[in-house]
Design a protein around this ligand. Structure first.
Ligand code: ADP
Length: 465
């Protein structure tokens, strides 16, 4: 119940209460210690006085008619001073407790039990500290008792006063601690409040706002920076996503509009079977292109959601590459391209076969597409220094301009010169290639010199896992 109530309080109040609790306990311990220290020293001082008075009184005792009595009542120093006051008494008693003689405030003090040593007697508002010693003959027979006693009235007053101060002061100090705690917590949490306020105002449509916290590089400062960096990433991701959907819609619409146009024109008048056949062939190739495009989009969307199939196995990359080259060969011969390969016998990699086939098919397909007639393609693969494999795919041709090179792996990005050409690409092939390489924990990059062709280098981690 209390726990629930406490955990529902605002953080600043919880901090302030914890703070007050610790200060309260510390004050209580310290105050209690001081109180008992004071009490102890007051009693110790009273006991010393009683002891000195007793020893002086003992010296002045003489036996009169066989009974002890004070002979000389002139004491020295503090004992004499005390005897002049209402709260001090020295008594001489017979062995059965009959009062024989007394000095000081005899009537004010009550009778005290005869028990050797120091003791405190009396009620709360009238107590006495008493020192009792027995008077003995040389053979050890008790002939009487000497008692020195001091009223504890003053001591009690001092202790009561100290206690009152403690009990009054403690709540006051606690209140002060709570107020201080709230103030400190409020000050410390103010930037967090500001951040919360700011974060509430930021919506998905306006991710450009930042907290831009101006303050020291402490916990709060670092939180604000982290928050801003997270917004940076969110903004980039949102923008990419938005661009991706826009581009995808555009890419799908263009061929669909073309298809519609062709169908409409064909239906404009009656045609002979050969004409229908040729139009249908044409439509089929465009539908194929649309299927390829939607497959590519599906792949990327699955990759974004980290839902790509991932059942890796130990593979021999050489075998895989040889099959892919075989597949690409007819198209290459069609373009009069020369393909040379340099592959070791075995090249173990650990990966998902379908994805790796898609990766190298995309790259070799590009090489065939972008190499001018009569050009050459070279495929080299070898174990890398880091225990993995490195594959290089080179093709001759104009190459990729340096300012466009950093963008070619972006989705829908196509080098200007190829945009209007009839290569049939949509700008997703390299984006997919990069996703596959990253999925395998590898790296891909491209190098190109104007007029010198392009080299793609792929590093993949080694096999046997
Ligand atoms: P596309 O579907 O247009 O081929 P990619 O993502 O595969 O899309 O490639 C992006 C762009 O990079 C291409 O438009 C092309 O300009 C350039 N490119 C890719 N591969 C090569 C290559 N082997 N040689 C020259 N340019 C290439």
């Amino acid at each position: 119940m209390l726990r629930r109530w406490f955990s529902n309080l605002p953080l600043r109040w919880r901090l302030a209460l914890w703070y007050a609790l610790f200060i309260g306990v510390a004050l209580l311990l310290f105050g209690g210690y001081q109180y008992f220290q004071l009490r102890h020293s007051l009693f110790a001082s009273a006991n010393t006085t009683l002891e000195i008075a007793a020893s002086q009184a003992l010296n002045s005792i003489d036996s009169e008619n066989g009974l002890p009595a004070f002979q000389n009542t002139e004491f020295l120093g503090i004992t004499q001073q005390h005897l002049g006051q209402e709260d001090f008494v020295i008594r001489l008693l017979a062995d059965d407790g009959t009062l024989l003689d007394s000095l000081g405030a005899a009537s004010a003090a009550p009778e005290f039990p005869l028990k050797e040593g120091f003791a405190t007697y009396g009620r709360k508002d009238e107590s006495w500290q008493v020192y009792t010693i027995s008077i003995q003959t040389p053979d050890g027979r008790i002939v009487g008792w000497l008692q020195t006693a001091e009223s504890l009235f003053q001591t009690d007053e001092i202790l009561d006063h100290a206690l009152t101060q403690l009990l009054l002061g403690l709540p006051l100090m606690l209140l002060f601690a709570i107020a201080g705690g709230v103030f400190l917590a409020h000050r410390a949490l103010r930037p967090i409040d500001q951040m919360t306020h700011m974060a509430q105002e930021i919506s998905a449509n306006d991710l450009s706002r930042r907290i831009a916290y101006v303050g020291p590089d402490d916990e709060i400062g670092r939180l604000a920076q982290t928050f801003d960096r997270m917004l940076d990433r969110l903004q980039t991701a949102f923008e990419q996503q938005r661009r991706f959907s826009g581009d995808a819609a555009h890419e799908l619409r263009t061929p669909l509009t073309a298809l519609k146009g062709q169908i409409e024109v064909t239906l404009g008048r009656v045609r002979n079977p050969e004409e229908y056949q040729s139009v249908l062939h044409n439509l089929l190739s465009q539908v194929d292109r649309l299927i390829r495009l939607s497959n590519a989009l599906l792949f990327l969307s699955r990759s974004d959601q980290q839902r790509l199939v991932w059942k890796p196995e130990n593979l021999n990359l050489t075998e895989l590459l040889e099959i892919i080259v075989e597949q690409i060969m007819p198209l290459a011969s069609e373009h009069k391209l020369q393909i040379s390969t340099s592959l070791p016998e075995a090249l173990p990699v650990y990966g998902e076969k379908d994805h790796l086939v898609r990766l190298f098919l995309n790259l070799l397909d590009n090489a065939v597409k972008y190499t001018p007639r009569g050009g050459e393609i070279r495929l080299n693969a070898l174990p890398s220094e880091t225990g993995g494999v490195q594959v290089q795919i080179y093709n001759s041709g104009a190459g990729i301009p340096p300012e466009q090179l950093p963008h070619i792996f972006e989705r829908f990005y196509r080098v200007d010169a190829d945009r209007s050409s009839q290569t049939g690409g949509s700008g997703l092939g390299l984006a997919i290639a990069r996703e596959i390489v990253l999925l395998h924990g590898g790296q891909i990059h491209a190098e190109s010199q104007p007029g010198q062709g392009v080299t793609f280098t792929i590093d993949l981690p080694g096999g046997s896992r």
